[in-house]
Design a protein around this ligand. Structure first.
Ligand SMILES: Nc1ncnc2c1ncn2[C@@H]1O[C@H](COP(=O)(O)OP(=O)(O)O)[C@@H](O)[C@H]1O
Ligand SMILES: [Mg+2]
Ligand SMILES: [Zn+2]
Length: 352
C-alpha cells in the first residue's frame, strides 16, 4: 500500500501555527516493515520529535499502516542580512532583540529564548549590548572576567550551555557607563567581532532599549538575520513598540515579529490566569503593523525571582508552563526565520 506524503505533511508541527508547516520537509519511504518517516526542520526542533512521532503513528494507524521508523533532523541555515553587510564568520544567524523602552523584560526574554533554543539542540550565544544596564551576566549567574588569549580577542563565557559576552563582564560593575553614542557603538561592534564565538546557530543580541542614535547605528552596522521586538501591554498602548518596529524597517532589518511580555498574570497560589490589561493587545498590534505575534508570555513572579537568582526559568523549572511558553515562542521565532531567504554566501549548515 502507498503511503501518502502530502497527507502526513499536513500534520501540524506541535504548538506551531499552520503557516510555519513549510519550515519542515517530509520524506516518507514505504519500507518492508511499514512507513519510514524523516522530518527535516530548518530550526531546532528536538523538543517536537516525540509529539510529532505520536501524531504520525496515529495518522498512519487510521489508515491501517504501521510506522517502521521516525526521525527528526534539524539543520539551521544562515539567513540573509540587511543591506550590503555579510553574516559574521562562525555565527549563522544574529537575532536582535529590541524594545521601544526599558523595563519591558527584553533581557529576561532574550536570555530565556536563548536557553530555550539551546534546549531544542541549537548552539547559541547571547551578546549583552545594553551599555546602560548590562544585566545578562547577573541573569546567567556569571562573574569574573573573560579570558583574552592574545590581549585582543576575548573568549566568551559559558552558562547553562550557552555562550555569553557582556560589556558588564569587562568593566567594573559599579562604574556607571556614561558613554556618548559613537563610543558606545564602536565598543559594541568591537565586542561583537572580537569575541571568539564558537560555531553558533544563533547569536541573540540584547540591544539597548529605545530607538535613539545608538540603537539605529547598531541596527545598521550589525549583520542581523532577524529582529524581534519585546513589548508589554502598556508599551503597545503608548506606541513605543511601534517606534522600534519603524526603526528596524528604516534600516531594512527583517522583523520576525513581536513578543508580548507580561501579557497576562499567573497567580502563584492557584495558577489561574488573568488578563490585567485586557486580552489580545499583542495580536491587534501584530495585525495592525503586519508582523507576526511570535508569542505571549505571562507576568509570573517565578520569572523575576529566577532571573534575579541567576537561574532563568527555562533551566530552573524546565517542566513549568512558563518554560514551555518560552520554548514555544523560541520555536515560532526560529521557524519564522527558517522561512526567510538564505544568505548568498552561506556558512555550511549544521546538524543539531
Ligand atoms: N514575564 C515576566 N514576569 C515577571 N517579571 C518579569 C517578566 N519579565 C521580566 N520581568 C522582570 O522585570 C524586570 C525588568 O526586566 P528586564 O528583562 O531587566 O527588562 P529590560 O531588559 O527590558 O529593561 C526584571 O526584574 C525582571 O525580572
Ligand atoms: Mg535589559
Ligand atoms: Zn489565585
Amino acid at each position: 500500500m502507498r503511503v501518502d506524503v502530502s497527507n502526513l505533511s499536513q500534520i501540524p508541527l506541535p504548538g506551531l501555527p499552520a503557516s510555519l508547516n513549510k519550515a519542515a520537509t517530509w520524506t516518507v519511504n514505504p519500507g518492508p516493515a511499514g512507513a519510514e518517516v524523516t522530518v527535516s526542520t530548518g530550526f531546532p526542533g528536538q523538543g517536537l520529535a516525540a509529539g510529532l512521532e505520536a501524531a504520525v503513528r496515529e495518522r498512519l494507524a487510521a489508515e491501517g499502516q504501521p510506522l517502521a521508523s521516525f526521525s527528526l533532523v534539524s539543520r539551521v541555515a544562515s539567513h540573509a542580512v540587511q543591506g550590503s553587510l555579510s553574516p559574521l564568520p562562525r555565527v549563522r544567524n544574529v537575532i536582535a532583540v529590541g524594545s521601544g523602552k526599558g523595563g519591558v523584560g527584553k533581557s529576561t526574554t532574550a536570555v530565556n529564548l536563548a536557553l530555550a533554543l539551546a534546549a531544542d539542540g541549537a548552539r547559541v550565544g547571547v551578546l549583552d549590548a545594553d551599555v546602560y544596564g548590562p544585566s545578562i551576566p547577573a541573569m546567567l549567574g556569571l562573574s569574573g572576567r573573560p579570558d583574552s588569549p592574545d590581549n585582543k580577542s576575548i573568549e566568551p563565557m559559558r552558562a547553562f550551555g550557552v555562550e555569553a559576552m557582556s560589556i558588564g563582564l569587562l568593566v567594573d560593575q559599579d562604574t556607571p557607563m556614561i558613554w556618548r553614542g559613537p563610543m558606545a557603538t564602536s565598543a559594541l561592534t568591537q565586542l561583537l567581532t572580537d569575541t571568539l564565538w564558537g560555531d553558533l546557530d544563533y547569536l541573540l543580541i540584547d540591544l539597548p532599549p529605545g530607538t535613539g542614535d545608538i540603537q539605529l547605528t547598531l541596527a545598521q552596522k550589525i549583520p542581523v538575520a532577524g529582529a524581534v521586538i519585546v513589548t508589554t501591554p502598556q508599551d503597545i498602548a503608548t506606541l513605543d513598540a511601534k517606534k522600534a518596529l519603524k526603526m528596524f524597517e528604516k534600516v531594512e532589518v527583517p522583523v520576525l515579529g513581536i513578543i508580548e511580555n507580561m501579557a497576562m498574570h499567573t497567580c502563584s497560589h492557584c495558577g489561574h490566569v488573568e488578563h490585567l490589561f485586557g486580552q489580545g493587545g499583542g495580536e491587534r498590534m501584530a495585525a495592525q503593523y503586519g508582523v507576526p505575534l511570535l508569542g505571549s508570555l505571562p507576568l509570573d513572579i517565578a520569572i523575576r525571582e529566577q532571573a534575579d537568582a541567576g537561574q532563568p526559568v527555562v533551566v530552573a523549572a524546565p517542566d513549568s508552563a512558563v518554560a514551555q511558553a518560552y520554548r514555544q515562542t523560541a520555536r515560532v521565532m526560529a521557524a519564522t526565520l527558517a522561512l526567510r531567504p538564505r544568505a548568498s554566501v552561506p556558512i555550511a549548515s549544521s546538524l543539531v
